[in-house]
Design a binder for this molecule. Structure first.
Ligand code: GLN
Length: 547
């Protein structure tokens, strides 16, 4: 059990930024030297978000241990720099699954198994487990107050006050204070209603964080304080900002950190220092120049499904004082004649990860264009697989080369399905009959980098570990022939079974990786491969000017 708990709920509407609020608070508390962790509870029935449509749900964020989680876990890791595990995210589905399994085993000795206490006990057990050895555990409850599916979680966190002690729990409620243009007024009524609803289930928020487009007036704050039963200082305004990384600094200005520390009776272990963070925020807000990178994907309209990658460009950009302007290109559009026009004005080309055959030929075309025109190129996961196919077809002249994923009858399956692999000392065999995972290589795997390669120049280390989420692999049967034609395998698994990084010589920057570097990028430590890609793209912008 943690020493202290902070529960974060949301009201009025969804998408207010509870995830960022939790992450920012985590960051602030850590800067006082506290040991914290964050848990996200998702009130849906799916057992893991990995099986959910990313276009409905946003990105599937992958952790070191292979857990496929909600994208909020990405915010937590990025803001706090912590490495989280599967204990940090659970769903209604998982909770019921554990209880029902226990019931089948006869653990309840024939008693009636009910939401209260059995489901709520399982929720509390998971919360306490995640809080083990921590000074503070932040618990974010997904969904919005008033949703039926959130009720067991709210009941569980209400009870936590009895389990952990009244002074050791803090309830923060995030709401929206809309601005009505015609009336020229900020409206506090939705907040009042939402708090009332929370109170009716026995939870009285200690702090209310109000999202608003315009700054809250003193009167609005006073009104909320009075009608929602909190002190004036406990109404915190989260006004819209230019970059999410500014939010912790705003919270600090509103003295949220002081308030939480006071209310929970915490003794800080050190003086916070935000200089580095402030510099990073400044760099994002006032870049010295821009660089344009083509983002060649599928459904690029749904940017939420590429969340971490987009953020990783913000991090890399900030460290170089550049704004990375992503030019979103629908891969299928590159399958038409005259596609070069779409790529002419970019300084670098990125082909990110993806699933499904749509647009694959467009991605291959973009890669060919980058290779032939010396445009800096980065391929990620599916992007690496497409780069290998492109090279096999157009350089090694292996006619009809393809990935088994898209063309099972290809005469040259340069990318194929791996049957088994090792994770953390255990052998995993592909289980095609399973409906819940076990079919993908997931989570962190080690990779060994060859000396005197671009990859080594990027990492400056021989051993790295990166996160994966894919089924298909480079087919080693083709390694010799592709290498003979100039493809450089610069990173591989320690047993040499899996090719992890490929690159080209005689090109300003051409590298493709089987893993997802974006999951390890942090605002103050951008991922080296993304950073160098941005740097080289910017150099190519410079040479364009010089010409
Ligand atoms: N679809 C490819 C595979 O499963 C690539 C996956 C990805 O890009 N994440 O191997």
């Amino acid at each position: 059990m943690a020493k202290k708990y902070i529960f974060i709920t949301g009201g009025v509407v969804s998408s207010l930024g509870k995830g960022i609020t939790s992450a920012s608070l985590g960051f602030l508390l850590m800067s006082y030297g506290l040991k914290i962790s964050i848990v996200k509870i998702d009130p849906y029935i799916n057992v893991d978000p990995g099986t959910m449509n990313p276009y409905q749900h946003g990105e599937v964020y992958v952790l070191d241990d292979g857990a496929e989680t909600d994208l909020d876990l990405g915010h937590y890791e990025r803001f706090t720099g912590l490495t989280l595990s599967k204990k940090n995210n659970f769903t209604t589905g998982q909770v019921y699954y554990s209880v029902i399994r226990r019931e089948r085993r006869g653990d309840y000795l024939g008693k009636t198994v009910q939401v209260i206490p059995h489901i709520t006990d399982e929720i509390k057990r998971r919360i306490k487990e995640a809080g083990k050895d921590k000074d503070v555990l932040i618990v974010e409850i997904g969904g919005t107050i008033g949703d039926i599916e959130g009720l067991p979680f709210l009941e569980a966190i209400r009870q936590m006050r009895y389990d952990a002690g009244r002074d050791n729990c803090l309830y923060i409620h995030l709401t929206l204070v809309p601005y009505i243009k015609v009336a020229g007024e900020l409206k506090t009524k939705p907040t009042q209603h939402s708090v009332k609803e929370l109170q009716s289930i026995g939870i009285s928020p200690d702090i209310i964080v109000c999202r608003s487009e315009k700054r809250l007036t003193k009167e609005a704050k006073e009104k909320i304080a009075m009608f929602c039963n909190v002190e004036k200082e406990a109404v915190i305004n989260a006004v819209d900002v230019d970059t999410v990384y500014e939010i912790p600094l705003r919270f600090r200005k509103e003295r949220l950190d002081d308030l939480v520390i006071k209310k929970l009776g915490i003794t800080p272990k050190k003086e916070p220092d935000f200089t580095e963070w402030e510099k990073m925020v400044e760099a994002i807000k006032k870049p010295k120049d821009t660089v344009r990178i083509a983002f060649v994907g599928k459904y690029v309209g749904l940017k939420e499904s590429y969340k971490s990658l987009v953020e990783s460009f913000v991090h890399a950009g900030a460290s170089l004082n550049l704004k990375v302007d992503l030019k979103w290109i629908e891969a299928e559009d590159l399958e038409n004649d005259g596609f070069e026009e779409l790529l002419k004005d970019v300084h670098g080309i990125l082909v990110p990860g993806g699933f499904g055959p749509r647009g694959i030929e467009g991605k291959i075309r973009a890669i060919k264009y980058a290779r032939e025109n010396n445009v800096p190129f980065l391929g990620i996961c599916l992007g690496m697989q497409a780069a290998v196919v492109e090279f096999a077809r157009n350089v090694a002249r292996l006619e009809g080369a393809h990935s088994e994923e898209f063309d099972k009858s290809s005469p040259h399956k340069v990318i194929h399905l791996a049957k088994k692999w090792e994770k953390d000392g255990k052998i995993i065999e592909r289980d095609e009959t399973s409906d819940k995972g076990g079919t993908m290589r997931l989570g962190a795997y080690p990779c060994v980098i060859k000396l005197s390669t671009l990859a080594y120049e990027v990492y400056k280390r021989k051993k790295i570990s990166e996160r994966h989420r894919h089924r298909y692999e480079f087919n080693n049967e083709y390694r010799d022939v592709l290498e003979r034609h100039g493809l450089v395998v610069s990173g591989e698994s320690p047993d040499r079974e899996f090719v992890e990084i490929v690159e080209l010589k005689d090109h300003p920057f051409f590298i493709a990786v089987q893993f997802h570097p974006e999951f390890k990028s942090r605002p103050l430590s951008p991922h080296p491969v993304i950073k160098m890609f941005v740097e080289k793209s910017y150099e190519s912008k410079g040479s364009e000017k010089a010409n």
